[in-house]
Design a protein around this ligand. Sequence first.
Ligand code: ADP
Ligand code: MG
Ligand code: ZN
Length: 655
Amino acid sequence: MAGQKKDWKFKPPTRPNGKNGKDPQPTGPFGGFQFKFSIGYILTMLIAVSLFNYLIFRTDNTLVPYSTFKEKISSGEIKRVEIDLNYYTGYPDKKNNEPSSPLPAAAKTGAVYKTVPIDDPGFTALLDETGVVYSASPREGSAVLSFLLNWVLPFGIMFLVWRSVMKRFSGGSSNVLAFGQNKATIVAEGDIKTRFGDVAGVDEAKAELVEVVDFLKNPGKYTDIGGKIPKGVLLVGPPGTGKTLLARAVAGEANVPFFKMSGADFVEMFVGVGAARVRDLFKQAREKAPCIVFIDELDALGKSRVSGVMGGNDEREQTLNQLLVEMDGFDATSGLIILAATNRPDVLDPALLRPGRFDRQVLVDRPDMTGREAILKIHARNIKMDDTVDLAKIARSTPGFVGADLANLVNEAALLAVRAGRKKVNQDDFNAAIEKVIAGLEKKTKVINPKEKQVVAYHETGHALTAALTEGADPVRKVSIIPRGFGALGYTLQIPLEDRYVVSEEELLSQIDVLLGGRAAEEIIFGSISTGAANDITRATDIARKMITEYGMSERFRHVALTKRGAGFAGQNAADPFMTREYSEDTQKYVDEEIAKTIAARYDHVLTLLQNKRGLLDKIAATLLEKEVIEEAEFVALTKDEQKEQNPADSMTTI
Ligand code: ADP
Ligand code: MG
Ligand code: ZN
């Protein structure tokens, strides 16, 4: 475990530019600030403009009311009036000494009156009457000046700032990554210690990627024949199956630089930043080719552009478009390979999956039993274990576990051994760890009221007892009414004896029965049903729908599939919401009715089944209420005398 972890501690990320790179920090008056530019910028502008206006148009003159101004004219105090665009200025002398000065120097000679003119047709008449000399200065200079100062200058400054910002976005210089934070991690050639040997249980995916490594090492081998090297490889699979690990292994094996970025890193608040990051990433990658660009969690930026009720997200769309452009823009022979990983291929934009982009999709699936054993071996390499540990047995009892779960399991077991003061991990530690990982940490502290607890107890007993009474149902390993994480109030753990890839019709029906058992028990005991069964109902309905639409198990469409299987999983129409149904309204109606009929019939069946075993139901529920947990052995002891009921093979048709 410990050894495995080491690989994942990156060296402090080397930035492709900035601090230790060749590009100096942006210079200039606005070089230093970053995201807060808009507010600071606007404030500065406002202050600067008003200061300017104040300085230029500052008046030393006494601004008087218009009426006062007229009075001063009548009283003869004003001998001369100058009329300009904004003001009437009254002077006590008749000499016109400084005709065009914007700042009347007359101010210092004595009383100069100034007023803001109002529309007064009698004004000139008054001036004539009193013999005041008046002149209107066109003051063109001033008007132009004020226009310049008020409008041209601020906009000029704004434009300059805007341009300096835009330059950083698009100048092709890598300064954009200094804007905000550069999140691309470059791991140089030879720095990655992960090898294919560190990944197990995903052999098909590995085989495909071995080929990718070969492309990078000997491109000639493929191009000589005329073959095209794939540009993009998309790793698809559930979380924790080792997609990121595989990508690193590819880089480690190919011994080329590795650019790693998460899809979420591209999505920023500012429109354009993500697109600029994509551009920059590819620019650098092209310089370093042959190399690998790895985009983890591609779905964060590659979400289908049509999906979403509220229309699109501009920023993400731009980023995605940029990615598409970049992917189209390089030559497959350039030695640049794009790896991406996602666990939501269904939401990806179909454009990403077109040939020439991520044209190769590699399924990284949950490991099977032998795969799990191999993964356990990898993670147990550095763990001290005693002879009791049987990894094969652990692998057998952990179906559905992915690589990350198994890594976690090994670690938990080691921690449990340490807690118990042992020097070596034994099988019991592993068994305890399995439980821990399966069900999350027990939260004994959470209190539910006694009535709720009773409902939960009967509900879980209903599941468990139905499983015990039904042929083909997976055996019950544990029943518990201890609340777990994820909001579950109780659970019934059924683990199949082996991994199964083919499930028979009877088994599917028995799965539905077991799911409905919880609610049926509630109805029998309390005469009412509760919301606690919501998840069971969903799953049961799901199975019934699949039986009809996918597995061809209905009466009318026996052996006929109504949907394309796998259409939701990386298929060509994966993200097209209009392509999922391929049958008529009429058939849809039939499907809906058939689902309802199936569920109703199964529910009746389970209801009768449990009613007939009312005594046993009470007994198990009482035990559960008392002990909170019933383990497999005890459960088998409680139900060993019961006969299993066979589900008729053609039960769907007889409904
Ligand atoms: P994903 O990217 O598919 O969600 P990761 O690659 O991040 O999963 O896996 C997380 C961790 O789980 C890895 O670092 C590794 O320790 C372990 N792991 C997952 N899958 C495997 C595997 N197939 N073989 C070995 N270890 C694995
Ligand atoms: Mg990952
Ligand atoms: Zn339930």
